[in-house]
Structure formats: C-alpha cells, structure tokens
Write a protein that binds this ligand. Sequence first.
Ligand SMILES: [Zn+2]
Length: 112
Amino acid sequence: MSIEVTDLPSDPKCDFCSQRPVVMYYPADDYMFVAVSEERVIEQPSEGGWTACRLCSVLVDAEDYPTLAWRAVEYQGGMPEDTALGRMVRDFMLAWFEGFRDHRRGAGVKLP
Ligand SMILES: [Zn+2]
C-alpha cells in the first residue's frame, strides 16, 4: 500500500510548533475542531495530513501530546508557560492535537 503525501506547500512548517524543516508526514482524515468557551465558539478545520519537525515527530511517535502542546505554546505563542494565558493556550493546543490523534491514519511517512 502506498501513502500519498499531497498538497504540501513548497517550504512546509511543522503543524505542531511551526518550525522548519519538517521530516515526517502523518496521514489524517479531515475534521472540524470545535472549542467552546464562555465567550465564544472556535471552529477550525483540519485538512489532510500533518507535517512534523524532528523533535515533534519524536513526541508524536511517543504520543506525548501534553509536551507537544507546551512546545506549541512556546514556539507559536511566544508566551511564558506559567501564566493563565499560557495554560489556556496550552489546553487549546492539546485539544487541537487530540483531534489530530483521533483522526490519524496509521504510521508517519518519512519526508525526503
Ligand atoms: Zn515541530
């Protein structure tokens, strides 16, 4: 069985932490992520597979989503971990990544 790696941008970023370069591609089904808070409802579609940098791919393979979420807060948000806002963003990223976990299709594919 061959796995298609489709629709990657020419210089893809890690879908977890936004760093480059990426080394792995994880096939996944499309899904709609919905987060509900007191103030609002956030809907974020995920289309196709996810790419990961070397460090994130180690965490994905270990299914260490809490550490992936902290890494995302650090690199994407650039905010200190130990604040109410940092923890809120961490919880959001963790829920988003758990959506990926639930829609993943099989093992990762090494990228050239
Ligand atoms: Zn990464």
